[in-house]
Design a binder for this molecule. Structure first.
Ligand code: ATR
Length: 278
């Protein structure tokens, strides 16, 4: 008897702007798999009952996005190390009827840099702008890669301090007014705030103080090339754009449900860029 197609979902509220169905649909087709990946809009109040009905709905697992990542963390019966450290779940799957959770954002961040700038992790000192969920994933990735110093800089310094308490070790916390002073000793700068995203304010910092060998990475991908990345290129610094993190976090999730490790190809990248109107 032929095996039933594997079903996966992405759930959020709202969900219509998610590019995940396009990414996973591309890989399903590429690998000739019978599975499906569909977007479902679930309001926060309905999220717990949605999770309880996954088996009945025939899902092997799925992605969760805003605003459900923390709730998914609380509801998962088993968590992997990354989800535990980050405190949020973006990937769920069922194992023997138990709900398991992972966070593939940290993997996605590091794998994107591995692909775009091999050897990037020989950098020692990183500055992470922002202290939200995305910052937690990036800080976890940088600690995993053994960075000596991870400086968390946030407008609301108390949130940066919370992250420092959470991750300890190589992390330190700083206010926005310290950026200029810290830049000359920064090898890798990562923006995890929403600044620079279409519809948000610009990230208005001068990169003059960064050393010539510095790498600049943005997790914002609309627009593809943010003002931060343009400024970095104007200074001849190496850069990594945010779309890659979105694509690579999906690799680890796809592999979890469909048991095939897909590739982030230029063709896939182009399709998403086209869909974003670029
Ligand atoms: P996410 O979980 O996606 O990272 P978040 O928790 O809302 O989102 O975090 C957004 C980040 O962008 C925060 O670090 C936020 O700074 P505050 O903690 O001070 O709010 C940062 N951010 C948003 N708008 C900003 C602005 N105008 N200037 C500086 N930082 C900003």
């Amino acid at each position: 008897m032929a095996e039933a197609p594997i079903k996966a979902f992405v759930c959020g509220h709202p969900i219509k702007h998610s590019r995940s169905p396009l990414i996973h649909g591309y890989w399903l087709e590429k690998h000739g798999l019978q599975g499906s990946y569909e977007a479902v809009d679930i309001a926060p109040v309905d999220f717990p009952s949605f999770l309880r009905s996954l088996e009945e709905l025939g899902y092997a697992g799925g992605n969760v996005t805003l605003p459900h990542k923390e709730a998914a963390f609380r509801h998962a019966e088993k968590l992997d190390g990354a989800a535990e450290r980050i405190g949020a779940v973006n990937t769920l799957w069922l194992e023997g009827g138990h709900l398991c959770g992972s966070n593939t954002d940290a993997y996605g961040f590091a794998a994107n840099l591995d692909q775009q700038l091999p050897g990037w992790d020989s950098a020692r000192t990183a500055m992470v702008l922002g202290a939200g969920g995305a910052a937690r994933a990036v800080v976890h990735a940088l600690q995993e890669r053994g960075f000596d110093e991870v400086r968390i800089v946030n407008r609301t310094q108390a949130r940066a301090r919370d992250l420092q308490m959470r991750f300890g070790g190589s992390t330190s916390s700083h206010g926005w007014d310290e950026i200029e002073k810290l830049l000359p000793s920064t090898d890798l700068l990562v923006n995890t705030t929403s600044l620079g995203m279409a519809g948000s304010a610009l990230l208005d910092i001068s990169l003059d103080g960064l050393p010539d060998h510095a790498i600049v990475s943005d997790i914002v991908y609309v627009p593809l090339k943010t003002r931060l990345l343009k400024d970095a290129e104007a200074r001849n610094l190496r850069t990594a754009e945010g779309l890659g993190m979105l694509l690579h976090q999906a690799v680890a999730a796809f592999e979890r449900w469909f048991e095939v490790k897909p590739e982030v190809t230029d063709e896939l990248r182009q399709r998403i860029v086209h869909d974003l109107g670029g």
